[in-house]
Design a protein. Structure first.
Lengths: 403, 511
């Protein structure tokens, strides 16, 4: 019955002229989300009222590549114009009109090269930026306090994130297909993993401290446990094009991923196929995704300049649910759990309507993969027994680990 | 970093070997906490106390014996209040005594002392005396001052006629439904009992039960629909096992002619014949017995008014209601009703809201009529293995998904075998003699080659023909045999019978 009630789309927030590149949610609240776009526009939205709290049309001269909240009133943004700017959005009107002259940032941190990503430390007034190196800055000083690089690397770092429980540990992903871990206290890069394909996005798990999720160019998402980086703990396969962004739910049981194939998928941790799929004709390439702090809603920022709000559970009723209704819903969930092995039931619960191009692409992908697999098997069959052993899918992801 | 690892290890240490499907997924047994059986008692007694009429509606005249009179008090209001209080106290005391007296943790039949005492000698008066006040209210008397064999299934929610079966056995006098698998049991005038489901146009089971018309049928709900009792005009009562229809489990003759039958919720069978109503209970009535002696009697009650038109047990109480020519009699049968009801199945104390909910839920959970079958376990059971397999000598080498394309087509029966007819030609001609017009090989090739004119393909096909894979040959043989068997079965069904043997058959190669 949940398929009848599955109406996940809630609303779209317009305002950006160009594609939405990055989003950040204000920690500790449910309503404030900041988004930055390719034309340099920065908007802080109130997603409950669906209005704009603050709007800065030319926050940066080029694309805004990263946004993060410093604390409950201040916001850091970095762009390709080699600047990191600190904004304050405390004194604004309710309608978000703002003063007539353009807002000035509280402070500007100039850098040597274009920045790709920014993330703020959990408690200290530190933030880290990613350009061709990872730099750690202090909010009060205008020059970076330390540079963290791996000795033999010469790459562009595309994302950097602080660990949510042990905040002195940083992770970054680079353009030469690497994933690197740093520690601020030692001041250097600890470990590095080179994979088959480059990753686009990185997210630490909020509930399990050593688990990190990577959204990769090879249409998959990988979770790694940093205690053993030689192979991922789980592979999530469903996207038919590069996965551009990923974000964990605050519960740590689900995560959302947005892909170049114009879909937003919500996955359950541990289940590597058949996620929930959201798509709209108007939503083009999804560049950034975010889970809200109550784990009930998912935000997606896409190429067409809109920020869309979706329900995390598509059939959830948003109003007040009384105890009898909740008991009935739980009973139905349990029935689905019990009968999920049945072919008809699992078919109904798995099947989603997918736009035709995505469906065709998925079919093509399965045909090609099947052809590869069969060819590989035939090769194995016609070589001497034991010379060519099948390799586990998980072991194929990481090429090497460096320390 | 080390502190990060320590945090993670505290939550979930990194296993060197991950759990695979081959590991034991059964839940490990933990120590079961013994829940107090005493709480079971307290709940029952507290419920028993309050599941009756409200005290204001209970008859207060005559006041129970033991109430004090208070006639010395002149004030009327005070006197009535005091007498009411004292009568309530006496009643409450009696209820408490009953609750203590009845062994409420066991559900059981009545017991008699001594070998000479028989349970069926205990009359209704003694039972009502011994039973508590609540139970004794069930002993009541009411006095009241009067096809041609179609079985129609009608959907009560849409009003549509689902299916109509012509039984072709004449007017049907008795009908009952097996609650366990929703199969309808009909009893006919010629002594046959038939079982019907909406799917089949003919009865699923047809059984000659009696030598006269079938008077009454009932199916036992306590064993999950396993036993059925039938009675005929010839005076015989038979208990059948629904899983094995070979012979009746138990047969006996009643002296009163046609009997009315009913099974209670806990497996007691009541047979109402002639001038009396007999109750038989579970272990004896359901064990097979060779002779035609009636089973050991549990209870009996004389009904002087003939004929007895029907007998029915009240669902959750130990009450049996008998309909006879003079009205209705309600008697107490200890141990007949289900005392511990499951309120999610059927709740006798449900209120209006619960009933509404139950009706709506019932409609939502209603299954399609074609899911009804004689074997209730078939819904949710595994499908039988497919007949067409690639197993050679019953050994599976390669699963279907990994077979080469030609094998896959062959197994699914869609392969185009025109190239291989030369190999099979000798074997395939063995004695069918059906006389179908066979295209010559050249004609077939010409037809096949329409649209495929590449000479390279022809060349490759010729190359392929010379490759003989023993497994493929074996699979082909097997499939050909299966196909032959199917055709032969079809031919027999059509009524063509065996083809005539020709004199030259002795020279044909036996395959």
């Amino acid at each position: 019955m949940e398929r009848i009630f599955a109406k996940p789309f809630i609303g779209a927030l317009e305002g950006h002229v160009d594609a939405v590149e990055c989003m950040a949610r204000q920690p500790g609240t449910l309503d404030m989300v900041a988004s930055g776009s390719w034309d340099g526009g920065l908007i802080v939205h109130n997603i409950i009222k669906k209005s704009q709290q603050m709007r800065i049309d030319v926050a940066h001269k080029g694309k805004i590549t990263g946004i993060t909240f410093a604390d409950s009133n201040r916001l850091l943004s970095c762009g390709v114009d080699r600047n990191v700017k600190l904004w304050d959005f405390r004194d604004v009107d309710e309608n978000g009109a703002g003063p007539s002259e353009p807002r000035k940032p509280l402070s500007v941190f100039p850098g040597k090269t274009a920045f790709n990503s920014i993330d703020h430390h959990r408690s200290d007034p530190l933030f880290a930026t990613a350009s061709n190196i990872v730099q750690v800055w202090d909010e009060t000083k205008s020059a970076p306090i330390s540079n963290l690089t791996f000795p033999t690397s010469s790459e562009t770092i595309s994302a950097v994130r602080f660990n949510l429980s042990e905040s002195s540990v940083l992770a970054s992903i680079g353009s030469d297909r690497t994933f690197t871990l740093y520690d601020i206290r030692t001041g250097k890069a600890e470990r590095r993993v080179i994979m088959q394909m480059r990753s686009n996005s990185l997210s630490w798990s909020p509930t399990f401290p050593t688990s990190v999720l990577l959204a990769s160019e090879d249409h998959n998402l990988y979770t790694f446990d940093i205690r053993s980086l030689t192979h991922p703990t789980q592979i999530y396969k469903a996207h038919v094009s590069a996965v551009m962004s990923c974000d964990w739910s605050p519960t740590g049981t689900h995560f959302v991923s947005g892909g170049w194939d114009r879909t937003v998928r919500i996955w359950k941790e541990g289940q590597g196929t058949a996620p929930e799929v959201y798509h709209t004709k108007r939503m083009q390439r999804v560049m950034s995704t975010l889970f809200t702090a109550d784990a009930r809603f998912v935000l997606s920022g896409s190429d067409d300049g809109n920020l869309r709000i979706w329900k995390a559970k598509a059939h959830e009723k948003l109003g007040i649910i009384d105890s009898r209704e909740r008991a009935a819903l739980e009973y139905r969930e349990r029935l689905k759990e019990k009968w999920k092995m049945d072919a008809q039931v699992s078919k109904v619960s798995r099947s989603r309507h997918i736009p035709k191009p995505v469906h065709k692409a998925a079919q093509l992908k399965t045909t090609m993969l099947e052809a590869h697999r069969v060819k590989e098997e035939r090769r194995r069959k016609h070589t001497r027994a034991g010379e060519n052993k099948p390799k586990a899918e998980r072991k194929k992801v990481v090429i090497t680990e460096q320390t | 970093m080390d502190s990060l690892f320590a945090k993670a290890d505290a939550i979930q240490p990194l296993r060197k070997r991950r759990k695979t499907e081959k590991d034991d997924h059964r839940p490990k047994k933990t120590k079961a906490s013994g829940s107090g059986s005493s709480s079971h008692d307290a709940t029952l007694t507290s419920v028993a106390q309050s599941t009756g009429l409200p005290k204001s509606l209970r008859s207060s005249s005559p006041p129970p014996e033991g109430t004090r009179a208070y006639s010395h008090i002149k004030d009327k209001k005070l006197r009535t209040q005091l007498t009411r209080e004292s009568s309530q106290a006496v009643r409450a005391k009696k209820l408490v005594q009953d609750a203590d007296l009845l062994l409420t943790e066991e559900k059981g039949l009545m017991e008699v002392e001594g070998d000479m005492e028989k349970t069926w000698r205990v009359g209704q008066d003694e039972v009502t005396d011994a039973a508590g006040q609540e139970a004794a209210r069930g002993r009541k008397e009411w006095r009241l001052d009067g096809n041609p064999g179609y079985l129609k299934y009608q959907d009560t929610s849409t009003g549509q006629l689902v299916v109509e079966h012509r039984t072709k056995l004449g007017a049907c006098t008795t009908m009952t439904q097996n609650q366990h698998n929703a199969v309808i049991h009909l009893g006919h005038q010629n002594g046959t009992v038939t079982l019907w489901t909406p799917n089949l146009p003919h009865p699923a089971v047809r059984l000659l039960a009696h030598l006269g018309p079938v008077a009454s049928i009932s199916v036992d709900a306590s064993t999950g629909g396993r036993y059925m009792a039938t009675s005929g005009q010839d005076g015989a009562v038979k208990v059948w096992d629904c899983r094995n229809w070979k012979g009746a489990v138990r047969t006996w003759n009643t002296r009163g002619g046609a009997a009315e039958l009913e099974w209670s919720q806990r497996g007691a069978l009541v047979v109402g014949t002639g001038g009396s109503v007999n109750v038989y209970v579970k272990p004896a009535i359901q064990t097979p017995f060779a002779g035609t002696v009636s089973p050991p009697l549990y209870m009996t009650h004389p009904i002087p008014h003939r004929p007895i038109s029907s007998v029915r047990f009240c669902p959750f109480q130990d009450i049996l209601t008998i309909g006879h020519s003079d009205g209705l009699s309600s008697i107490l049968v200890p141990g007949a009703g289900e005392p511990n009801f499951d309120s999610s199945e059927a709740d006798p104390f449900e209120n209006k809201k619960a009933r509404r909910e139950r009706e709506v839920k019932g409609l939502l959970d209603k299954i399609q009529p074609d899911m009804i079958s004689v074997n209730p376990e078939f819904v949710g059971s595994l499908a039988p293995e497919p007949k067409l397999t690639t197993a050679v000598n019953d050994k599976h080498d390669i699963p279907f998904a990994r077979l080469p394309r030609m094998e896959r087509l062959r197994v699914s029966g869609k392969a185009d075998e025109t190239e291989e007819t030369e190999d099979e030609g000798d074997d395939g001609e063995a004695g069918d003699g059906e006389g179908k017009p066979k295209l010559t090989k050249a004609e077939k090739e010409k037809k096949k080659m329409r649209g495929k004119n590449k000479s390279m393909k022809r060349y490759l096909r010729k190359q392929r023909k010379n490759v003989i894979d023993p497994k493929a040959v074996a699979v082909r043989h097997k499939l050909a045999k299966q196909r032959d068997e199917k055709e032969r079965a079809k031919a027999e069904a059509r009524g063509e019978g065996q083809p005539k043997s020709v004199a030259l058959d002795r020279f044909k190669r036996r395959s």
